[in-house]
Design a protein around this ligand. Structure first.
Ligand code: DGL
Length: 291
């Protein structure tokens, strides 16, 4: 961390995801930290991340982080479970600011709410294959049992703006019927797109299963970190709107972001130059420690 606390408070917080999913985290950050400014990057041109290999995901994550760094951010929220599962340690090494991922905050919450210690995890192929949730749960609650399944069709469905309905219900059944819900009382939505399917998922799993996602735990944890280091933004008279950037066409993102954030218009700016200031050393490093 190379940022001094007095000058850092007014700097924005950066967050990125492959697409819309990170907006579920932004929504919660804005709710809990209304005086902060946010810069959001959706890497829509390269979505989905969840079907890619570890070296590619790490390169994309480093490029997104590098772009956000140009906005003088004081903290980076990796609002993508796939990038958090695969690239968190590479991001922490590369970034001169706090980097907070999705896994540990969600796991802490799931462990706190599970009554019987049976935790289910759903996520992208890459997240589930990484075993990041199993490791994080074992580290703080070794007696919990964990069952995880990838749900690869959830992201494209959400990116189409389909959050409910007959097709969504069928896809939910396809994946969630693999769980034995007599053994699991807590289900981690291990992808930031999935909270947008929360009502439909809740209907399928019923009231005996608690759904946990990372949005609130991340916002809470980041608020704590910034407060403790004196870097929380000072109260603003007028709320500063978040800035949005996407790497693909802006209009679809605009429409869906407006829908999600309850705003009439969200400004999105096209960018295709994420990698500009990535150093050769970072972009050529294929070795990743999975976290
Ligand atoms: N929203 C992302 C996640 O939390 C990634 C979805 C994807 O691009 O596959 O994993």
């Amino acid at each position: 961390m190379g940022i001094d606390s007095t000058s850092a408070a007014h700097r924005p917080i950066g967050l990125f995801d492959s697409g819309l999913g990170g907006l579920t985290v932004l929504r919660e950050l804005e709710r809990l930290m209304p005086d902060e400014r946010f810069v959001y990057l959706g890497d829509t041109a390269r979505l989905p991340y969840g079907t890619k290999g570890a070296a590619t995901i790490t390169r994309y994550a480093l490029e997104c982080a590098s772009f956000l760094l140009r906005h003088d951010i004081k903290a980076l929220v990796v609002a993508c479970n796939t990038a958090s599962s695969i690239a968190l340690s590479a991001l922490r090494e590369a970034m001169p600011c706090d980097v907070i991922g999705t896994i540990d905050p969600a796991v802490a919450r799931a462990v706190a709410v599970t009554a019987r210690g049976g935790i289910g995890v759903i996520g992208t192929d890459a997240t589930i294959a990484s075993g990041a949730y199993e490791r994080a749960i074992a580290a703080i609650a070794p007696r919990c049992t964990v069952v995880s399944h990838a749900c690869p069709l959830f992201v494209p469905v959400v990116e189409q703006g389909m959050f409910d309905g007959e097709i969504v219900d069928k896809i939910i059944e396809l994946y969630l019927s693999k769980f034995d819900f007599t053994q699991i009382d807590t289900l981690i939505l291990g992808c930031t797109h999935y909270p947008l399917l929360k009502s439909a998922i809740a209907r399928y799993v019923g009231t005996s299963v608690t759904l946990v996602d990372s949005a609130y735990p991340i916002a809470h944890e980041l608020g704590r970190i910034l407060e403790e280091s004196g870097r929380l933004a000072q109260r603003r008279v007028v709320r500063a709107p978040a800035s949005f950037f996407v790497t693909d066409e802006v209009s679809r993102f605009n429409r869906l972001a407006a829908l999600l954030l309850g705003k009439e218009s969200v400004t999105a700016v096209r960018t295709e130059e994420l990698a500009d200031d990535i150093t050769a050393e970072q972009s050529s490093s294929p070795d990743v420690t999975i976290q």
